[in-house]
Design a protein around this ligand. Structure first.
Ligand SMILES: CC(C)=CCC/C(C)=C/CC/C(C)=C/CC/C(C)=C/[C@@H]1[C@@H](COP(=O)(O)OP(=O)(O)O)[C@]1(C)CC/C=C(\C)CC/C=C(\C)CCC=C(C)C
Ligand SMILES: Nc1ncnc2c1ncn2[C@@H]1O[C@H](COP(=O)(O)OP(=O)(O)OP(=O)(O)O)[C@@H](O)[C@H]1O
Ligand SMILES: [Mn+2]
Length: 308
């Protein structure tokens, strides 16, 4: 379990290298798919993503981790104050040393960090989403924000923005970065339907359940029938649209970021294929992408990074 903030005032913190090393270890331990993607990046960017990953993971743990029962609105207020301190250049804990260094090196905006805390706050109070618009806001906050943070580290390819043949003026792949976060989060939701239901949570929009005549009771009983399969097909199609939107932004990123992002995109998207292979039974089978399948995707990701 990740160590969460204690009300201590530690004055001596670890060295920069040790702090980044701790972030690397945590990323490797918790995020197998994303860690693989970061290994394909240049050192400075890779380390920055690890530092950001750790902050995101710890924020998520506040409402999702083993000690989540003790998290209140005030805990999140305190976490946001700590964030302001970090953005003022003052690390509070060992892993913040790397984050402060990352903030010095890359043009990261504080707003996506704040927005992610708001997303976690939604988890404190809500366990249902009536419409897709409401769910999309949640997805933006907990995952679209990660896209914005990551894109700020990866940077854009200036030549693609300024060349005379590029379509009219400055283009930042902001919406595409958000779209990839949302696509990942929707995929994550579909994979974890059963696990979430066991915690009394439903992230599928209730309006969609109604559309397919599938009830909350069906969901809690893990009913897999035609209604469920059609509902899942609809959800998968929606997630894939966000992946498609994200695809068009990868070519605008700096050259050294394209292979890692294509890899992360293709690997995470394959979870949707795995759900289909499991005939949409997300209650009894975990949808995952095997090691060999992951490896097989890398040459294609490389090719796309080169030519698109
Ligand atoms: C390769 C790369 C650049 C990775 C980014 C790594 C990073 C900073 C990840 C942070 C993830 C995190 C801990 C977010 C907290 C909220 C959360 C849990 C979101 C879900 C992640 C899935 O994690 P996991 O499978 O471990 O989930 P469990 O909690 O265990 O159930 C999310 C699904 C969100 C992940 C979102 C992204 C990685 C955003 C990707 C977008 C980009 C890299 C932008 C690319 C730019 C363009 C222009 C396309
Ligand atoms: N800066 C922001 N602050 C708050 N929420 C945001 C912000 N940017 C994006 N969002 C949320 O993320 C969602 C996804 O944005 P995006 O524009 O990529 O979706 P979209 O599917 O293209 O939007 P639409 O269907 O409305 O055309 C938005 O609908 C919004 O809820
Ligand atoms: Mn989580």
């Amino acid at each position: 379990m990740l160590q969460l903030p204690k009300p201590s005032c530690k004055t001596v913190l670890v060295s920069l290298d040790d702090s980044y090393e701790r972030c690397r270890q945590i990323t490797q331990e918790y995020a197998k798919t994303f860690y693989l993607g970061t290994l394909l990046m240049p050192e400075e960017k890779r380390r920055a993503i690890w530092a950001i990953y750790v902050w995101c993971r710890r924020t998520d743990e506040l409402v999702d981790g083993a000690e989540a029962a003790y998290t209140t609105d005030e805990t999140l207020d305190q976490w946001e104050e700590n964030l302001e301190t970090i953005f003022a250049g003052h690390p509070l804990e060992d892993v913040d040393v790397a984050l402060v260094d990352t903030l010095e090196r890359f043009p990261l905006d504080i707003q996506p960090f704040r927005d992610m805390i708001e997303g976690q706050r939604m988890d404190l109070y809500r366990n249902r989403y009536e419409t897709f618009e409401e769910l999309k806001l949640y997805c933006y906050r907990v995952a679209g924000t990660v896209g914005l943070m990551s894109a700020a580290v990866m940077g854009v390819d200036e030549s693609r923005r300024t060349a005379p043949w590029s379509k009219g003026g400055a283009v930042d792949p902001t919406q595409e970065a958000i779209a990839l976060g949302i696509a990942n989060q929707l995929t994550n939701i579909l994979r974890d339907v059963g696990e979430d239901a066991r915690r009394g949570r439903i992230y599928l929009p209730l309006e969609d359940l109604a559309l397919f005549n599938y009830t909350e009771a069906d969901l809690f009983n893990g009913v897999v029938d035609e209604r469920w399969r059609e509902l899942m097909k609809f959800q998968i199609q929606r997630a894939r649209k966000f992946f498609v939107q994200a695809e068009s932004g990868v070519g605008l990123l700096s050259r050294d970021a394209r292979f890692p992002v294509w890899s992360a995109l293709m690997l995470y998207r394959q979870i949707l294929d795995a759900i289909e292979r499991n005939r949409y039974d997300v209650f009894r089978k975990r949808a995952y992408v095997s090691g060999p399948r992951k490896l097989l995707s890398l040459p294609l990701a490389r090719l796309r990074a080169e030519v698109l």
